[in-house]
Design a binder for this molecule. Structure first.
Ligand code: GLU
Length: 509
């Protein structure tokens, strides 16, 4: 019987959730769903110095917004909890001690000053990034170099120390990455990573392996930035005697900046004018909010779809996928090795497609909130839906619904007089005066009839239709935009249309 698939997303709660992080969530989620497995959220908060209050709740809210909810995690619970590493603290030390006892790790007593002078010395010899490794450890103060009694005495006195992994030089660590194929590392190039810190907390390397094992994780899908750490993790799986339980690995390609080869960073977003976080993030220290895709007016369906296509496709031309379709079609082996360039215009294209594709009832609430933020309170929901329906094809972002349709609820506060002026005349003013009169006596009020009345009057007065539609539109909406003008008039209603013609006339005078 094959093992039940279990995957995890293991963020450190240090700030906003980068879109690359959400894509990692997505690929894990899809894989779990398609294999009837479990998707675990584990909070990796062992580095107290980097902990940021609120970041954990924020991450969970992002996952909820994307519809990528974990089966197990700090708020849902589950059989392998607790799901916060800070609450699992006691479990790690024993593993580090076992590794020392079996000769795979050692105590290191070096003070910060001693470490710095070692680095100084190496820099002096032209080594630009000095490491604590097999060449250096012989000259340092650790349980490999000090006499046994001294080590025991130091430990008994609670002398500050860390536990480091002992990397054996001249070996090759090999593994199969589901995306990259065979990957191998030369252990001579690796340093003796700290596993347990002086404060008794594990480092990421020890905690991630201990917990992936404890939580019975079968597949580790994570960002490419973790690839260099993989050999350390693989050795730990071996040294802890768990080799036969080791998960499958896949390191996901980076998401690259649009105009270069580096990893897409928040700074690139600021520079080029787009968000990189899923949702708005406010750092509690600075209090400055940083924009997110959600606040910018993205639909979660579009955001998720766009992310799926960054580094993956199903081999066809299809680009628009629902989460169900993705669950059906996703293949981890089809994820590309190379980084995927982020393209904000393309991201917006996805959103536009999803706005058109989904029924407006699906995002009515979100748009309603945007209206409320602009001081427009929607009371007649069916009417609101009809209006959203009327303009949805013109909207790329949800925020566009405000620009494209707020005039239905609020008279324009500005008029694009400049657009009308060059062709405005006393004749036209008369025309609209009279038109308002005719509209007032009209029986029904629907677009074709409204149009006909205008046409008939134009024929009577031998005025060209072409010169009338623009001023009419500006009277109704304030500018040169919006759906077909007679539909606007119909939707506004008779009284309101007449009132706006009159206000418009006073503006154009
Ligand atoms: N805590 C790591 C992070 O912040 C997790 C990396 C992994 O998935 O192993 O991304």
């Amino acid at each position: 019987m094959s093992k039940k698939v279990r995957v995890r997303f293991a963020p450190s709660p240090t700030g906003g959730l980068h879109l690359g992080g959400v894509r990692t969530v997505l690929f894990n989620y899809l894989f779990a769903r398609q294999h009837g497995g479990d998707f675990v959220l584990r909070i990796e908060d062992t580095d107290q110095s980097r902990y940021v209050p609120g970041a954990e709740e924020y991450i969970m809210e992002c996952l909820r917004w994307c519809g990528l909810n974990p089966d197990e995690g700090p708020d849902t619970g589950g059989p392998y909890g607790p799901y916060r590493q800070s609450e699992r603290k006691e479990r790690y030390r024993q593993y580090a001690e076992t590794l020392v006892a079996e000769g795979h790790a050692y105590y290191a007593f070096d003070t910060p000053e001693e470490l710095e002078s070692m680095r100084e010395e190496l820099r002096g010899k032209g080594i630009s990034s000095p490491q604590y490794n097999h060449m250096v450890r012989e000259g340092m103060r650790n349980s490999l170099t000090l006499p046994k009694e001294e080590v025991t005495a130091l430990l008994e006195k609670n002398t500050p120390h860390v536990i480091r992994i002992k990397m054996l030089p001249g070996k090759t660590v090999k593994f199969t990455d589901l995306i990259r194929g065979e990957v191998s590392f030369d252990t001579s190039l690796a340093d003796d990573k700290v596993l347990l810190k002086a404060d008794g907390m594990p480092t990421y390397h020890l905690a991630v392996v201990a917990d992936d094992h404890a939580m019975k994780i079968t597949h580790v899908f994570r960002g490419e930035e973790w690839l260099p750490s993989a050999p350390v993790h693989i050795l730990l799986w071996k040294y802890l005697g768990w080799e036969h339980e080791m998960p499958h690995w896949a390191h996901l390609p980076l998401i690259l900046k649009p105009d270069g080869n580096g990893k897409l960073s928040k700074r690139d977003g600021d520079r080029l004018g787009f968000p990189v976080f899923a949702m708005q993030w406010t750092d509690p220290k600075t209090g400055d909010p940083v924009a997110g895709f959600r606040e910018m007016g993205f639909l979660p369906e579009a955001f998720v779809n766009m992310l799926a296509m960054l580094g993956w496709n199903d081999g066809s031309e299809q680009e628009i996928f629902t989460l169900e379709e993705l669950t059906d079609k996703f293949l981890i082996e089809r994820v590309h090795k190379n980084g995927a360039k982020f393209n904000f215009e393309k991201a917006k294209w996805f959103n536009h497609e999803w706005i058109k594709k989904l029924p407006v009832s699906h995002y009515r609430q979100a748009v309603k909130q945007l209206y409320a933020a602009k001081g427009i309170n929607i009371t007649d929901e069916p009417h609101f839906e009809r209006i959203l329906e009327l303009v949805k094809d013109r909207c790329t972002l949800l925020t566009d619904f405000v620009e494209q349709a707020a005039f239905f609820f609020r008279r324009p506060d500005q008029y694009d007089v400049e657009a009308v002026k060059p062709k405005w005349s006393a004749d036209k003013a008369d025309f609209f005066q009279e038109l308002a009169g005719r509209y007032a006596t009209m029986e029904g009020w629907e677009a074709t009839a409204i149009e006909q009345v205008l046409k008939d009057l134009a024929t009577e007065k031998t005025t060209k239709m072409g010169g009338l539609l623009l001023p009419f539109r500006v009277m109704l909406v304030g500018g040169k935009f919006g759906p077909p003008v007679f539909l606007i008039a119909e939707t506004l209603g008779k009284e309101e249309t007449i009132a706006r013609i009159k206000t418009g006339l006073s503006k154009f005078e």
